[in-house]
Design a protein around this ligand. Structure first.
Ligand SMILES: [Zn+2]
Length: 301
């Protein structure tokens, strides 16, 4: 089996009125396909690049032009989509999976296949951006390609927002994280990610008199587990500025969390307080310990 790291660029309609809506809404029309092939031994074996002539959005969208650096004239040459797509799938071969940074490329591919009335079945797509966030960093956040490149201290030496270059970056990130071990447990990861999204990570409290009132309120400072709502054990609060307090807490069943209280002054003079939990990772832990340390030295609390 081969692994295909894919990135595409697409042109956008200039406005709502000329957006194709049938048979599906077409928010972008693919104009570049770039891909890197990696074999099971984790060696890069080939690269693919193709220019696609748009059928519906022939005029370069100024925003897309700015981001990609592509001129209006540059989208008037290449292959029509059906041919470009068949060249791409021929190049992919029969046994492959596709990896992309984010989930947009797959949606775009499906919509483009649909408007061309083509078979929408294609090799399975895996979202490397989600794997990176959930399995490497341990959050549900979205990281840019550049942020991941920097995380692995890889060189950012190719012009970004070019389909092939972004596919190359994507493959470098994938190879740095030994991506194939996460493919087998991808379904588990998606399920966990969905469960995490449904956990209660935020609480908001209104009409609080002052930051010190907030810090003395049991209701506000009590930390319950986002998963099971049981009260967690908590370290002492550390302050980052006067209106933000952070701490670490722990549920016996569900593990450790980072918690942050943020107090915001409202126009009527009262404060609103948001309490936010995140799964504890090294970054949060270090940040808390540093903040707690500073406080010991600074204020003698
Ligand atoms: Zn719990």
């Amino acid at each position: 089996m081969d692994y295909i790291f894919l990135d595409m660029e697409w042109n956008q309609p200039s406005g709502k009125s000329n957006t194709v809506t049938e048979p599906v809404p077409l928010h972008g029309e693919i104009i570049r396909i770039g891909a890197v092939k990696v074999n099971e031994k984790m060696q890069e074996t080939d690269r693919f690049h193709c220019c696609v002539i748009p059928k519906y959005y022939k005029k370069m969208n100024s925003f897309v032009g700015k981001v990609t650096g592509l001129s209006g004239a540059s989208i008037s040459f290449g292959q029509k989509f059906p041919l470009a797509y068949s060249q791409f799938t021929d190049w992919c071969g029969d046994d492959c999976i596709i990896l992309t940074w984010g989930s947009e490329d797959e949606k775009m591919m499906d919509a483009n296949l649909a408007v061309h009335d083509m078979d929408v079945s294609h090799p399975r797509f895996y979202d490397l951006q989600q794997i990176f966030a959930h399995r490497i960093i341990g959050t549900g956040k979205q990281y840019s390609l550049q942020a991941a490149v920097e995380h692995y201290e890889l060189s950012w030496d190719l012009k970004a927002h070019d389909a092939l270059n972004d596919a190359v970056y994507c493959s470098r990130i994938g190879l740095s994280m030994d991506f194939s071990r996460y493919i087998g447990e991808y379904e588990d990861m998606l399920r966990e990610a969905e469960e995490q999204r449904q956990e209660k990570y935020f609480s908001t409290y209104q009409n609080v008199g002052s930051p010190s009132e907030a810090m003395n309120s049991r209701r506000i400072t009590l930390c319950s587990c986002p998963k099971c709502r049981r009260i967690m054990s908590r370290k002492k609060w550390a302050f980052c500025g006067e209106t933000t307090a952070i701490s670490l807490c722990s549920c016996k069943t569900h593990g450790e969390y980072y918690v942050r209280l943020k107090m915001k002054k409202c126009p009527d003079g009262s404060y609103s307080v948001t309490k936010k939990y995140a799964r504890l990772n090294e970054e949060y832990k270090e940040f808390y310990l540093r903040s707690a340390d500073k406080q010991e030295v600074g204020s003698g609390v």
